[in-house]
Ligand binder design. Structure first.
Ligand SMILES: [Zn+2]
Length: 274
């Protein structure tokens, strides 16, 4: 089989495994903070309803969920859509980031960019899953994402600096990008007094802005995130009054699309000015 196709399949499987693992971690953290729910925790994966200890074949990402039709093997209570969504979407996100790796012409910068972006993706996937499940963004996760994004900018600067000489735009473009994505959500948060967006959204925007390293991509991410959030959340908001929109998952989806298709967006945008 074609190496690239094999690589992309592996990326999808790896992503699905991470989705499953991160979903599990998010539930563990949430249950640890809740005294009543804490008792249900175990070292092994268990059904949160009946305590059934999951066997290895109940823990295969996506496959187990489909075989069991989203229900516990023992008590038949629904596992929930969160798990399968986390597994499929994280798998797809890994696959999409995987397409950006040029395997025929592996440059030092391109390979480093791909590796650190994948690590960054794991950190923001965790935040998206947590936000999707519980409607909040844990501070420690936000800090980790920001640190990884800064490490990416520093690494790219060192590589370009050594190979081609210092490039100042690789410093101020990430700053501008972070200011756009973080700044807009901070303004929304302050002006609405936390009604429209949560208090962690601007920090997630900041992290994604830094990792994108490009103001145009920050704007595209913002656009995609808001369009998706409105499309998905509008019916929910209509039903329940005062429903808050959780931007986290949509911002991360926007990031993956903007990063994956960055070359396409550059050609499309430069066309406007020709
Ligand atoms: Zn059960």
């Amino acid at each position: 089989m074609d190496m690239k196709a094999l690589f992309l399949i592996l990326m999808f499987i790896l992503g699905a495994c991470f989705g499953s693992f991160l979903c599990c971690q998010a539930r563990r953290i949430e249950y640890k903070n809740d005294k009543r729910k804490k008792k249900k925790l175990s070292k092994r994966s268990v059904c949160l309803e009946c305590g059934y200890k999951l066997k290895w074949y109940d823990n295969v990402p996506i496959v187990s969920w489909l075989v069991l039709k989203g229900k516990c093997r023992k008590c038949h209570k629904k596992i929930g859509l969160g798990e399968i969504l986390a597994e499929v979407l994280t798998g797809l996100a890994f696959l999409m980031i995987g397409t950006t790796l040029d395997m025929e012409w592996m440059s030092v910068r391109g390979t480093a960019d791909f590796i650190i972006t994948t690590v960054f993706l794991i950190s923001v996937a965790f935040l998206a899953i947590y936000d999707g499940l519980y409607g909040k963004l844990p501070v420690i996760g936000l800090i980790v994402a920001i640190v990884i994004a800064v490490v990416k900018v520093i690494t790219i600067n060192i590589i370009v600096g050594v190979l081609d000489g210092f490039e100042p735009s690789l410093i101020y473009m990430p700053i501008a990008s972070a200011a756009i994505l973080g700044g807009i959500y901070l303004i929304l948060y302050v002006t609405s007094k936390g009604k429209w967006v949560g208090d962690g959204d601007w920090l997630l925007g900041l992290a994604i802005g830094i990792a994108l390293m490009e103001p145009w991509l920050a704007l595209i991410t913002l656009f995609i995130a808001n369009v998706l959030a409105c499309a998905v959340m509008a019916p929910v908001v209509k039903k329940t009054k005062n429903a808050k929109i959780y931007f986290g998952p949509f911002m991360v989806i926007g990031f993956v699309i903007a990063y994956t298709f960055s070359e396409f967006f550059f050609y499309a945008l430069s066309g406007f000015y020709m």
